[in-house]
Design a protein around this ligand. Structure first.
Ligand SMILES: [Fe+2]
Ligand SMILES: [Fe+2]
Length: 372
């Protein structure tokens, strides 16, 4: 009986995975994408700087922490992408560890195919970082317009500059050091579209600053620790120092607003956060890489199901999101609705990890040649 249940559950998981894998973006040559948004632009005549001291402090810090993407990074570094990919694979024990590929299209793959997969996979990941950074650029520009407080407009303006620089560095790294671009992943695009289309100003923050940037901060952290490539390591260190401030900006701004919302309004925010969490945890599966390798992404579902470390890794990406949602009061509002959902997703264990409203100062790297 237990066995039957186990195999029914496996079948259900496989079905779900195949549905996610079936949605891909093959618009390789597309260069434009528009999203409609109908929101209020907010002028304030209250120019009192520092009325919100924490935001003011963050703004002053952001001004001092600016760096130059062209001159502060060692772009002269030679990058041998193949060697980097091989080193990464060796560090984690090989390309396909403890997985039986029998019955799938990759069963016949040898070292050559796995090496190419590793290279494409790196191109895909950095491409998604690039597109996500543009999402942040656009969202922060929108926050400058829509947020009601002058201290938040000032801070958001520094973040617009930060995000422009992030787009610039990932684009340059892809062009000069890697071997190809990918279009935005279909699921990531859908998430960014929903965030930018919403007309409530706090949803731009919640979607971008708390959810997407919280995930990005964790993902950059993994890559920064793992990679042995010195240019990428340093690039990520600089980007992470900025990102920690960005997440803190979200926490510090929403804390004030969410303290004033009704239970019904908070519940709407919980649902938005939950939907974003599900998408980010389960759906960014390198669909476009499989396609480029000539493999139907749906056909690799059994392999993905066999990799237990995938789930651990996916959960780890929530190490910033969960404590930040807690700090905002989103976990326990509306009878703990979001707490229960995060329990189901298997990520609630991070609730007491450091929240970024407190932690960001320790993540501030010191850009070259600048005083603190
Ligand atoms: Fe960024
Ligand atoms: Fe950011």
């Amino acid at each position: 009986m237990a066995e039957e249940e186990g195999s029914a559950q496996r079948e259900a998981e496989l079905r779900e995975l195949r549905e996610v894998l079936a949605v891909t973006n093959t618009a390789w040559d597309e260069t434009e994408h528009t999203v409609h948004s109908d929101y209020d632009t907010f002028f304030t005549w209250d120019y009192e700087k520092g009325a919100r001291p924490k935001l003011d402090k963050l703004y002053e810090k952001a001004k001092r922490a600016q760096w130059n993407a062209q001159t502060d990074l060692p772009w002269e570094t030679e990058v041998d992408q193949e060697a980097v990919v091989v080193a990464n694979a060796e560090a984690s024990g090989g390309f396909l560890v403890n997985v039986d590929p029998a019955g799938t299209p990759v069963a016949s793959w040898g070292d050559k195919e796995w090496l190419r997969f590793g290279i494409e996979s790196q191109n895909w990941t950095l491409s998604q970082f690039l597109h996500g950074e543009q999402g942040a650029l656009v969202c922060t520009a929108k926050i400058v317009e829509s947020v009601p407080w002058i201290d938040a407009k000032y801070y958001a303006a520094t973040q617009v500059m930060d995000e422009a620089r992030h787009v610039e560095v990932f684009s340059k790294y892809l062009d000069e050091k890697l071997s190809g671009h990918y279009p935005i992943n279909a699921h990531l695009r859908a998430l960014l579209d929903d965030i930018i289309a919403d007309n409530r100003w706090d949803i731009t923050y919640l979607g971008m600053q708390i959810m997407v940037e919280g995930l990005a901060l964790a993902a950059f952290g993994f890559m920064q620790q793992m990679t042995t490539e010195p240019l990428l390591k340093q690039l990520l260190r600089y980007v992470m120092a900025d990102e920690a401030r960005h997440v803190a900006f979200g926490v510090l701004s929403l804390q004030e607003l969410y303290g004033q919302l009704s239970t019904a309004e908070l519940r709407e925010r919980q649902e938005f956060a939950y939907e974003a969490a599900v998408r980010m945890r389960d759906r960014f599966l390198q669909q476009e890489v499989w396609e480029r390798m000539g493999v139907d992404p749906k056909a690799v579902a059994p392999i993905l199901l066999q990799t237990p470390e995938r789930k651990v890794f996916q959960a780890m990406l929530f190490s910033k999101i969960v404590p930040n949602c807690k700090k905002l009061g989103l976990l326990d509002a509306a009878d703990g609705w979001l707490r229960h959902r995060f329990e189901e997703l298997g990520v609630i264990q991070f609730e007491d990890w450091a929240d970024t409203g407190e932690e960001y100062e320790s993540l501030q790297a010191q850009p070259a040649g600048q005083a603190s």
